[in-house]
Ligand binder design. Structure first.
Ligand SMILES: Cc1cc2nc3c(=O)[nH]c(=O)nc-3n(C[C@H](O)[C@H](O)[C@H](O)COP(=O)(O)OP(=O)(O)OC[C@H]3O[C@@H](n4cnc5c(N)ncnc54)[C@H](O)[C@@H]3O)c2cc1C
Length: 518
């Protein structure tokens, strides 16, 4: 694997916290200072930063057998990031060896594994360990975790379970009786050879746009079932020249400059998405020109032209999706699917199309993540109970009634325009500052005040009103009630500013037991 920037490793042994070493009383339950769920960018980033601050009493619980989250699971042909790699990476671990502007999945996954090794996180990871329940014990002021590999307790619980980690399959009449091969794009069946097959792809989101051009030349017939066309702009992916990589190696500041330029260029997107949706018309013109240049057939072009304002749903990047759809072995079907039969798909207009394999590119459980059922706060209520009217948190991180719980990429931290890692790192800094405050003030627990959480969410939803996401379209950004509980309505630097320092006045602090008793 490529080398990563060493410069930021300087604070790795800044302070040591022996008071919180892992303990396992004889015959008792293991106790750690911090339990982290997940080994994607979130969990791994949290673990690295903890280690850099001198913490050693932490475990990372991962249900899978390897690290990597999104980048371990999504192995479909063509899988790559859609934010430039120089920005889509940890700020403390720049990788001068990215091979392309938008690196492929294999490189990003290797990068994450490299980081786990380089920063000494691997020994802290418990693989094949799924968190089945996490319950707050108010008497002992700690979390009690039940995993597939036993129990443990933790003072602090950080959940990095991933907003896009549980694939969502469509509920279509008869789909369970399909006798061909069926899989989700996030669970790609590499054993199955698609060559010469009649393949149906359901969905036209970010994954489909990446893998359709890769499988189209292999299959005999590709039928793309499209509910809503995405807006697509040019991707302009390109290899990163060896001399540039050499420059990034020898002069890391040059890569920092590229990263900063990419960051600010992307922030312009937030200006249009959040504050000036009218500016989105410029992007729309670009997307229309792209479609016109790549699809000559006016009937196909009409099918592929969205009727909503660009940005309302995620804007996709591709240079090869439209040309693939224009090939003679591809049909784009816009009629709704009525039924799946043993070997075919029937649409509402009564047309039946024979199919050997169905690939569901139908996204993820975003606003109804199963982990919400497993996390129990005070009085035994689950996150799912607390979120009956929609997901909400303070700064996307803490939830009233759930002391010492921190969510990474929690509610309203998602983005439509730039790297999620920027948000993750902001949240991690906030959590680390919280730990510092807790130690300084000898606090055993922190719990966000309900009125603070409410005020924050009112403000978020107020800001949401003028955004492009509210301009009228169905998208996975919205929950069942039409409330946008996924995206951050603002510039990312605003979020960073708000999370720079932990704000104890927004929280109820419970003193450590020995102090409280004394
Ligand atoms: C195909 C694809 C492409 C993407 N491209 C981009 C991009 O270009 N730019 C961008 O900003 N974002 C992108 N994203 C979003 C991406 O998900 C985030 O950027 C980021 O990778 C999320 O990291 P995470 O650690 O929060 O979650 P994940 O990477 O999903 O990791 C979550 C981890 O938690 C584990 N886990 C979950 N539940 C449990 C449990 N109960 N017990 C134990 N372990 C558990 C999972 O196994 C997984 O390893 C993309 C997403 C997908 C699906």
């Amino acid at each position: 694997m490529s080398q990563v920037d060493a410069s930021s490793h300087a604070d790795s042994t800044a302070s040591i916290h022996p008071a919180h070493d892992a303990t396992t009383p004889a015959g008792g339950t293991e106790h750690v200072r911090v339990a982290i769920v997940g080994t994607g960018f979130s969990g791994l980033g949290m673990a690295i930063r903890l280690k850099q601050q001198g913490y050693d009493s932490f475990v990372v619980l991962e249900r899978a057998a390897d690290i990597g989250g999104t980048w371990r699971d999504n192995t479909y042909p063509g899988c790559a990031c859609d934010v430039p790699s120089h920005l889509y990476s940890f700020s403390f671990a720049l990788n001068p060896n990215w091979s392309r502007a938008y690196s492929p999945q294999s490189e990003i996954w290797a990068y994450l594994r490299h980081c786990a090794g380089r920063y000494g996180i691997t020994p802290h990871i418990r693989f094949d360990t799924e968190v089945r329940e996490a319950a707050w014990d108010d008497d002992h002021q700690q979390w009690r975790l039940t995993t597939t590999r036993g129990r443990l307790t933790a003072d602090i619980l950080v959940v990095g379970n991933g907003p896009l980690s549980v694939p969502s399959l469509p509920s279509i009449l008869g789909i369970e009786s399909f006798e061909g091969t069926l899989f989700h794009s996030a669970l790609w069946d590499h054993e199955h050879d698609l060559s010469g097959e009649r393949v149906a792809v359901i969905g036209t989101g970010a994954s489909a746009v990446q893998f359709v051009p890769r499988i189209q030349p292999l299959v005999s017939q590709l039928t793309l079932f499209q509910r809503t066309p995405p807006w697509i702009v040019p991707r302009r992916d390109h290899p990163i020249a060896p001399w540039r990589r050499a420059l990034f190696h020898s002069l890391p500041v040059t890569q920092r400059i590229v990263r900063a330029a990419t960051y600010w260029q992307r922030e312009v997107g937030a200006l249009a998405l959040v504050y000036r949706p009218r500016l989105m018309r410029n992007f729309e013109r670009l997307a229309r020109r792209h479609l016109a240049a790549q699809v000559a057939d006016p009937v196909l072009r009409a099918k592929l032209t969205p009727s909503y304002l660009i940005g309302c749903k995620r804007i996709l990047l591709s240079d090869d999706f439209y040309p693939a759809l224009a090939q003679p072995n591809v049909e784009v079907v816009t009629d709704r699917i009525a039924e799946v039969r043993a070997r075919s798909i029937v649409t509402e207009d009564g047309t039946q199309r024979a199919v050997d394999t169905i690939i569901c590119a139908t996204g993820f459980h975003v606003t109804d993540a199963p982990i919400a059922q497993c996390v129990r706060g005070r009085a035994g209520q689950t996150l799912a109970d607390a979120w009956r009217d929609g997901m909400r948190a303070y700064l996307g991180t803490t939830v009233a009634g759930f002391p010492n719980l921190f969510l990474l990429i929690g509610p309203n931290t998602g983005l439509g325009h730039t790297s999620m890692i920027y948000m993750i790192e902001s949240q991690i800094a906030y959590i680390l500052d919280c730990l510092r405050v807790m130690e300084k003030r000898h606090a055993q627990a922190v719990a966000v005040r309900p009125e603070i959480e409410d005020a924050f969410n009112e403000e978020v939803q107020r800001r949401m009103r003028g955004t492009v996401w509210k301009s009228g379209c169905a998208s996975w950004y919205l929950d069942a009630r039409g409330r946008n509980s996924t995206l951050w309505p603002g510039f990312t630097f605003e979020f960073r500013r708000k999370t720079r320092h932990f704000d104890p006045s927004s929280y109820a602090l419970t003193p450590q037991k020995s102090l409280a008793d004394g």
